[in-house]
Design a protein around this ligand. Structure first.
Ligand code: ADP
Ligand code: MG
Length: 267
C-alpha cells in the first residue's frame, strides 16, 4: 500500500457564513476504492466536496486534509487539481462564450502539460490527438460530437450537464474523483450511461467519492464503503448493504438511533 497516495480527512471542522457545517469528519480514500457518501439534504455533503477542492467560501476551523502525504489546506483549487483531485459539481456552471473543447483542452494542458523553459506548458498530446481522445470519451458517454463545440453547459438540460461533468472526468483522468450528486436529475437511461462511464474509468488507479442522496445509482456503481452523514458528521459506515437498508427504510431510523444514543450518553 502506497501510503502517500491516500486522501485522508482528519477531524475536519468547517464553517461558512458564520455557521458550523462540518463537525469533525474523518474519512480515508485510497486509489482503487469506491466510497459512497449518503445523507439527508443539508447534512453537509456538498460542503465536504467543495472544501476538499479548496473552495474559498469554506473556513477550516479544525482538522486537516492530507493528500499524497501533503497537507493541502493551504493549496488553491488548481494546485489540488494538478495533484490529481477532481470534483464533479452538484450544480455545474454555465460559461457562455467558452467552448467545451477549449475548456477541456486548457484543463488537460494545465493538468498534464510539461513545463517548458518559457514558463508555458507543452501538452503531451497534439491538438489532433486530443480531439481523438475527446471523441472517444464523448462516445463513451453517448454524447454527440457537437457538444464539444457548444459553450460550456449553455442551454444543456440538467441531465446533459451531469453527463458533461463525467466527460470532464473521462478526459482529465484524475486520481481521486469526487462526484457530487451526479445522479440527481438523470432519467434511468442517462443514469445507466453515466454509471457505465464511471465504471469503465474506475480501477486501481482511481479512488472515487460518490456523493448521493439515493441508493439508485449504487446498483450500477457498487461501492465497497458506504458512509452516512448527518448534521456534519459521518455517523455510520458500512458496506453496500447499508445503502440497501437506507433505500428500504429511509434516513429516519438512523436519526432515531442517534437520538437514543444521545439520551443514553446523557443519563
Ligand atoms: P448537502 O450537500 O448534504 O445537501 P450542503 O453541504 O449543501 O448539504 O449544506 C449543508 C448546510 O450548510 C445546509 O444547512 C446549508 O443551508 C448550509 N449552507 C450552505 N451554504 C451556506 C452559506 N453560504 N451560508 C450559510 N449556510 C450555508
Ligand atoms: Mg449537496
Amino acid at each position: 500500500m502506497e501510503n502517500g497516495t491516500d486522501l485522508e480527512i482528519r477531524n475536519l471542522v468547517v464553517s461558512t457564513g458564520g455557521k458550523q457545517i462540518l463537525k469533525g469528519v474523518n474519512l480515508t480514500i485510497r486509489k482503487g476504492e469506491i466510497h459512497a457518501l449518503m445523507g439527508p439534504n443539508g447534512s453537509g455533503k456538498s460542503t465536504l466536496a467543495l472544501t476538499l477542492m479548496g473552495h474559498p467560501r469554506y473556513l477550516i476551523e479544525e482538522g486537516k486534509i492530507v493528500y499524497k502525504g501533503h497537507n493541502i489546506l493551504e493549496m488553491k483549487a488548481d494546485e489540488r487539481a494538478r495533484m490529481g483531485l477532481f470534483l464533479g459539481f452538484q450544480y455545474p456552471f454555465e460559461i457562455k462564450g467558452v467552448m467545451f473543447s477549449h475548456l477541456l483542452w486548457n484543463a488537460y494542458t494545465a493538468l498534464k502539460g510539461i513545463p517548458t523553459e518559457d514558463g508555458k506548458k507543452k501538452t503531451p498530446l497534439s491538438p489532433l490527438e486530443f480531439r481523438k481522445l475527446l471523441s472517444e470519451k464523448l462516445k463513451l458517454l453517448e454524447m454527440d460530437e457537437s457538444y464539444a463545440d457548444r459553450y460550456v453547459n449553455d442551454g444543456f438540460s440538467g441531465g446533459e450537464k451531469k453527463r458533461a461533468e463525467i466527460l470532464q472526468l473521462a478526459v482529465l483522468q484524475p486520481e481521486i474523483a469526487i462526484l457530487d450528486e451526479t445522479d440527481s436529475g438523470l432519467d434511468i437511461d442517462a443514469l445507466k450511461i453515466v454509471a457505465h462511464g464511471v465504471n469503465s474509468l474506475s480501477g486501481p488507479h482511481m479512488g472515487i467519492l460518490l456523493i448521493t442522496h439515493y441508493q439508485r445509482i449504487l446498483r450500477y456503481i457498487q461501492p465497497q464503503f458506504v458512509h452516512v452523514m448527518v448534521e456534519g458528521k459521518i455517523v455510520r459506515t458500512g458496506g453496500y448493504e447499508l445503502s440497501q437498508e437506507l433505500e428500504a427504510r429511509g434516513y429516519n431510523w438512523i436519526l432515531e438511533e442517534l437520538a437514543k444514543e444521545t439520551v443514553t450518553q446523557n443519563t
